[in-house]
Write a new protein. Structure first.
Length: 183
């Protein structure tokens, strides 16, 4: 990939996140409700948002992921992000992740963004499997990935240690052939 892929949907532009977006990212990643299932404590400073942006850049450089900023068409402010991480090219798989400012919950924005990056992965890369790891209490995310065609494959017990506790995670998977059949 030579140029960062900008993706456009009916209501959204998904674009590269830059350091100039730090205040927008800090705004929603400092919200405890947004961060409830993120695996990190709410951000306490804009500097933490800059560190998050540096991580987005590092996974892109290392070819282990890509993260898009979610913006509304005709508004350049980042209101969330979505993308892939833990990409294992040799196994043609990646994990999907997303978060959205609470101000935009319940409007279908996260689903619209997620569906577009899934389309991009299956139509423009060699990815054959996209998986989502979701905490059992995060029912909104579970509903969203199920609606997108993901299958719950099992429970990973005490899979992650974040924020001072062990978390169980449901494993969801979506295969390219399932996507092609259902699109």
């Amino acid at each position: 990939m030579t140029e960062f892929p900008v993706l456009v949907t009916e209501r959204l532009v998904l674009r590269k996140i830059t350091e100039s977006d730090a205040s927008s990212i800090y705004e929603y990643l400092s919200d405890s409700e947004v961060m409830k299932y993120y695996g990190l404590e709410p951000f306490g400073s804009e500097n933490e948002a800059l560190e998050e942006i540096a991580w987005y850049n590092s996974i892109l450089e290392e070819k282990t992921g890509i993260r898009w900023g979610i913006t509304l068409k005709n508004e350049d402010k980042v209101i969330g992000s979505c993308g892939f991480l833990n990409t294992v090219s040799s196994h043609y798989r990646t994990d999907i992740g997303f978060e959205l400012s609470k101000d935009f919950w319940g409007q279908g924005i996260a689903s619209e963004a997620m569906n577009e990056i899934i389309r991009y992965a299956f139509e423009h890369t060699t990815i054959q499997r996209i998986q989502a790891l979701i905490e059992p209490l995060n029912q909104a995310s579970q509903r969203m990935v199920e609606k997108a065609g993901f299958t719950r494959e099992g429970l990973l017990r005490k899979y992650e240690y974040t924020c001072g506790k062990f978390d169980d995670l449901y494993m969801y998977g979506l295969l390219k052939e399932e996507y092609n059949t259902n699109k």
